[in-house]
Design a protein around this ligand. Structure first.
Ligand code: AGP
Length: 600
């Protein structure tokens, strides 16, 4: 998730922009930049890495006074983290900053290049400023040029644009990613930011722009190009603002899953199939098996993928825990594609496993959330999950985006090797399109998990049970609970309970049963009945009523088991969080844990 700031007024524009970008650092970034404009000059400063690098660059030059400026922190989605790819992006006489993904950037880039526009970056963003200038050069009207530009863009695009063609204005538009416009406390002052934090203390009234709303701001006022907006007050606490009003970053990140999964699918999920810019079909030439390697939650995503890859792509798939893989002297053959999954891209065991596979001559792919990480620099190919920074140590949105990427990859391979019939592919694509909606947290479900959590604060342990992909989901649910409540929990294949663990069954043993309607329901039902018959306390999660449940969380009915998977995921994440809150634990920073395990 990139960060955007903008300023019009009489203050020190450079200082406002830099301070504002500092308030957005918590969102994560790999580069930053600002552009400044006055009647005679437009200037830009960009730097890779931390904001201090940008500040150092700026401090080395004397800066005129600039009444207008825009700033940006970038989280790479298209194009490596480099200074050239950092925002703001320049045309001939205009700059733009952007948050989101332009799905049709390739077509626009070709069209504009054929008209003589020169592109210097690998980003999708750059097409915006060239498109604007292309229109302005023929229309000689900045408002019309901006409106025409917006009409041509597809995807998610929240933007600020400044131009020497109209040096007293900032052109703004919001679609997909958040963007706020504010009236400054000073006279004739207008502020912009992609979240509340940079604005606190500088304004009383803001507009949280809705999708499709844009306009033109200047010291003389704000012209909205639509009347779908309303003014509101701003929260006063920065800490509160950084969590967007949620109690914990983990809670915020659970609620973000619908949005970031949409970002994850942008430009990739098409009606005719799956498109990954980052890989070529030749990656799969000669590949007869996939081996996935990861740790923790990422390992659970890998396990989930193994079911989908064998079922949909008809390709053999094995999954390894990286710390085990490293020392087992594995047999590796070069007809195996080695896939590592990592939110951070820095997990030591996974990175070493990747290096082992590369040394053995295997082709490698990393599914990762952080570009320019050790793993993205080591693997042959990278597919970014685009989840934005994940601050909560307990992984949530990383898991859902990893699973969506891997589901899409299974469809990509299935179509490539013609194992997936068109009607089956269409069904999977229809289901994928529903995932973001499925991940939206309903008040009913959150309130239910909050109420239920008071009953699960003790006991001699939890079994999370499921079948098929709901077994790795059970593992993930158990890990979430362990991590943040410190209660003992195990994820287990439901069919395995009678091979020993059922000996533990008694009223103090809490069984969280994942009971999807669309996959092996009768099997899981009989497993749960066996436990209930032995007086285990059952919490059933299902779209179907289940009389024997002591507690029951009812899901909405869907026609695809993966939609049940994602709806159950949210329930498990919330239940763990609400139990942890009741126990008074630090949800975001649980004891003994680190966000990225960079040592063995
Ligand atoms: C998950 O909630 C944990 N934070 C942990 O298991 C994590 O998934 C694991 O350490 C792997 O991290 P990675 O995805 O960054 O490689």
């Amino acid at each position: 998730m990139c960060g955007i700031v903008g300023y019009i007024g009489k203050k020190d524009t450079t200082k406002f922009l830099l301070d504002g970008l500092k308030e957005l650092e918590y969102r994560g970034y790999d580069s930053a930049g600002i552009a400044l404009l006055n009647q005679n000059k437009i200037e830009v400063f960009k730097a890779l890495g931390k904001l201090s690098n940008l500040e150092n660059k700026i401090s080395q030059v004397t800066i005129d006074s600039y009444p207008i400026g825009i700033g940006h922190t970038r989280w790479a989605t298209h194009g490596k983290p480099t200074e050239l790819n950092a925002h703001p992006h320049l045309g001939e006489y205009s700059y733009v900053v952007h948050n989101g993904i332009i799905e049709n950037y390739k077509e626009l880039k070709e069209e504009l290049s054929s008209k003589g526009h020169n592109f210097v970056s690998q980003t999708d963003t750059e097409v915006i400023v060239h498109l604007f200038e292309n229109y302005y050069n023929s229309l000689n009207d900045t408002k019309k040029a901006f409106e025409n530009t917006i009409k041509r863009l597809e995807g998610a695009f929240s933007i600020l644009l400044i131009s020497k063609a109209d040096p007293e204005k900032i052109f703004f538009f919001k679609h997909g990613s958040p963007l706020i416009i504010a009236k400054g406390n000073e006279e004739n002052e207008v502020l912009f930011a992609s979240s509340d934090a940079p604005l606190i203390g500088f304004t009383q009234s803001v507009v949280y722009l809705e999708d499709g709303v844009g306009g033109i701001a200047s010291a003389q006022g704000i012209e909205f190009l639509s009347d779908n907006y309303s003014w509101s007050n701003l929260p006063t606490s920065k800490q509160f603002a950084q969590k967007d009003g949620f109690r914990f970053f983990m809670e915020k990140e659970i609620y973000e899953q619908g949005t970031v999964v949409s970002d994850c699918m942008l430009g990739r999920l098409k009606d005719e199939g799956i498109c990954f810019d980052e890989i070529e079909p030749s990656l799969f030439d000669g590949v007869r098996e996939i081996k996935i390697c990861a740790c923790g939650t990422s390992y659970h995503a890998g396990l989930t993928a193994s079911y989908l890859l064998e079922r949909l792509a008809k390709i053999k798939c094995s999954v390894e825990i990286a710390s085990e893989f490293r020392y087992k002297q594995p047999l590796l053959t070069n007809d195996t594609l080695f896939i590592v999954i990592s939110q951070s891209g820095e997990t030591a065991d996974t990175l070493e496993a990747l290096k082992m596979a590369k040394k053995a001559g295997l082709k490698s792919l990393v599914i990762c959330n952080v570009d320019n990480s050790s793993m993205t620099r080591t693997a042959d190919y990278t597919i970014l999950t685009r989840a934005g920074i994940e601050k909560g140590v307990a992984s949530t949105k990383a898991f859902s985006t990893q699973t969506v990427v891997l589901w899409m990859l299974a469809l990509y391979i299935g179509k490539l090797n013609s194992h997936l019939q068109k009607e089956d592919l269409d069904k999977e694509i229809l289901a994928l399109r529903e995932v973001p909606k499925t991940l939206i947290v309903s008040d009913r479900i959150h309130e239910k998990t909050r109420r239920l959590s008071k009953r699960y604060l003790h006991g001699h342990g939890f079994f999370f049970i499921g079948r098929d992909v709901f077994f790795p989901l059970a593992l993930e649910g158990a890990l979430k609970l362990k991590e943040i409540s410190y209660l003992h929990a195990e994820g287990y294949p439901a069919g395995e309970m009678k091979h020993g663990p059922i000996a533990l069954a008694d009223p103090e043993l809490f069984t969280i049963a994942l009971m999807p309607q669309n996959l092996l329901y009768d099997k899981i039902k009989s497993n749960v009945e066996e436990l209930s018959a032995r007086d285990s306390t059952i919490c059933a999660i299902s779209p179907l009523d289940f009389e024997l449940a002591d507690d029951f969380i009812k899901l909405q009915k869907t026609d695809h088991y993966m939609l049940e998977f994602f709806e159950m995921l949210v329930v498990l994440q919330l239940l763990s969080m609400e139990i942890s809150i009741r126990l008074g634990n630090d949800v975001d920073m649980p004891r003994n844990l680190a966000k990225s395990v960079t040592v063995e």
